[in-house]
Every structure is written in C-alpha cells, then in structure tokens.
Design a protein around this ligand. Structure first.
Ligand code: AMP
Ligand code: MN
Ligand code: MN
Ligand code: MN
Length: 283
C-alpha cells in the first residue's frame, strides 16, 4: 500500500496548530486522506477527540504525537504512532517534557523586551489553546499580529532561532527516552522532517544509527517541508538504515501552512510504509 493517502503528521490547538481536532478530521476527510494521525507536540491530550472525530468522518486513525528531543545540541522531533495513549510511562514522560515551557516562554519574552518588543508573553498566550504547550509558534503569531514581522517565517529568521534575540536554548527529552516511551506504549517511532536539521554528515549518521539502536522504526520521507530531492535523499537513507518510511503534511494552520492535509506526493516506491507495520494498531 505505497499509494495510500496517509497523513501521519499535523497539529491542533492542543499544541501549536490553530484548528480543533474535529475541524482537522473534517478537513483531512475532505482532502481525501485515508489514514490520519494527529501528532501534537509533546502532548496526547487531543487523542481521544481526534479518534472520535476520525470515526465520525469515516477515517482510519493512528494515535500520534511529536516529541521534542535534544540530540548533539540541536532539537530533533520524533513522531510516535500507534501507541496506547493511556500508557502511564508515556503520559508521564510527555508531561515532564512539557514542563519547562512556561519558564522558557517568560525568558523569551524578557529577551524580546530588551530589543523593544513589549508584552510578548501575554501576547503569545492569547494564541495558546493549552497553557502547558506555549511554543515559539505562538510568539510568532503575536509578532505578526502586532506588525513586527510580515509572516511567521520572518519571525523565526529574525527573532526565534539560535543566535537571535528571542531564542532561549532548551533541553528536551533524550532520544533514548522518547523512543522508549513510544515503543513501551506499543507504538513506533519515526524521525520527523530529517532535512530540517543542521547536522554535519557525521552527526546525522549518529542520529540515524542511535535511533535505530534504541528501537526506532521509521523516517519521514515525504513531508510538507521536504523538496522532491530531499524525499529522494531520505528514501535512500531509509533503505541504508533499514527504516520504514512515513508521510505527513505537518499541517498547522490554513493561514500559515503551505502544505494542506493529504496534499503531498505519495511515498517513492521500494520502501516499507510505516503503516504496513502498524496495520494492527489502526483504529
Ligand atoms: P518550540 O517547540 O516552542 O521550540 O516551537 C517549535 C515550532 O516552531 C515547530 O514545531 C514549528 O511549528 C515552528 N517553527 C520552527 N521553525 C520554524 C520556521 N522557520 N518557520 C515557521 N515555523 C517554525
Ligand atoms: Mn509546530
Ligand atoms: Mn517538527
Ligand atoms: Mn510537526
């Protein structure tokens, strides 16, 4: 089933998306998605709603999340799919991962204040659906709304990335723990959007080989932020490391995301789709 319209990566208001899970399910169904997963950052509080909405729309569903991990000094995202969303160790691990976000946000706001941007914390909070999940995306929305930047990508370029005035480094989960929480709950771990990291060839090799050694299963080959060339490149990487392949839009918002739910190329041939390995976890 390589040619399945599976969309196994998107965000709701439970993390940094703008739509509720019910609207995402309707949008996915309308766009022809056949297998869907809601993968909110470090949070599975929306899973029950997403599952019920998927059922109402006649969509097959895999539970999902996207865990923030620190690896070789950078933030890497690990998507988890097909786990039991009531698993206590997974619930606790994600809760701990969310823990530092409030203080980090206050610190970001203090730094932005120093470059003349006032009230960023309160401004970002207006966009937050889940107070435990205040993220850079919410700050970006505030800076666009208040006219400081034209769009969110300009905000990230000028303020919210490493070395810029609103960036606060943060220590997230370890790769080993994130993979263990997911697999311990009966799910499979997938490296999200691999082309978006700034690793050297050696660091990237270490990421893939350690991920595999910890029990990771797959890699996103087709995602909203990959070019066709990047998809080909990570299809090769999947084969080299014996990893399955996943596909997901990473949709956040109708106003911000250039790739809509389900509107992306199929997986290249010659790969094992991760949903084949997760067939008995589909709800
Ligand atoms: P955080 O988890 O608070 O560090 O925020 C990370 C989120 O910021 C990601 O999940 C993306 O939604 C968003 N993001 C990161 N980099 C960019 C970028 N260059 N342009 C737009 N959004 C970005
Ligand atoms: Mn996000
Ligand atoms: Mn991500
Ligand atoms: Mn994402």
């Amino acid at each position: 089933m390589t040619f399945l319209n599976a969309d196994l990566h998107c965000h709701s208001i439970v993390s940094d998306g703008t739509l509720p899970p019910e609207d995402l399910a309707a949008r996915a169904a309308g766009n022809g998605v056949e297998l869907w997963s809601l993968t909110d950052h470090d949070e599975i509080g929306g899973q029950q709603r997403a599952l019920e909405a998927a059922r109402a729309q006649g969509l097959r569903y895999l539970t999902g999340t996207e865990i923030s991990v620190t690896f070789a000094g950078q933030t890497v995202h690990i998507v988890g799919l097909g786990f039991d969303h009531r698993d206590p160790a997974l619930v606790r691990g994600l809760q701990a991962t969310r823990g530092g976000r409030g203080e980090r946000a206050q610190e970001m706001s203090a730094q932005l204040e120093k470059v003349g941007i006032r009230g960023a914390y309160e401004g970002a909070l207006k966009y937050v659906g889940n107070p435990e999940l205040i993220s850079r995306t919410h700050f970006a929305r505030f800076l666009v709304e208040s006219g400081v930047c034209r769009d969110t990508s300009e905000v990230f370029r000028r303020y919210l990335t490493d070395g810029k005035p609103g960036f606060v480094p943060h220590r997230w989960a370890s790769l080993r723990d994130a993979v263990a929480w997911i697999t311990g709950a009966g799910g499979m771990a997938v490296i999200a959007h691999p082309a978006r990291y700034n690793f050297s060839a050696n660091e990237e090799y270490a990421l893939f080989s350690e991920f595999k050694a910890h029990g990771g299963t797959g890699v996103e080959v087709v995602t909203g932020s990959h070019t066709a060339a990047e998809a080909v490149r990570y299809a090769d990487t999947a084969r080299e490391f014996g990893l399955a392949a996943s596909r997901g839009s990473d949709f956040h918002s109708p106003d911000e995301s250039h790739t809509d739910l389900g509107q992306l190329p199929y997986l290249p041939g010659g790969l094992t789709p991760v949903w084949e390995l997760l067939a008995d976890r589909v709800l």
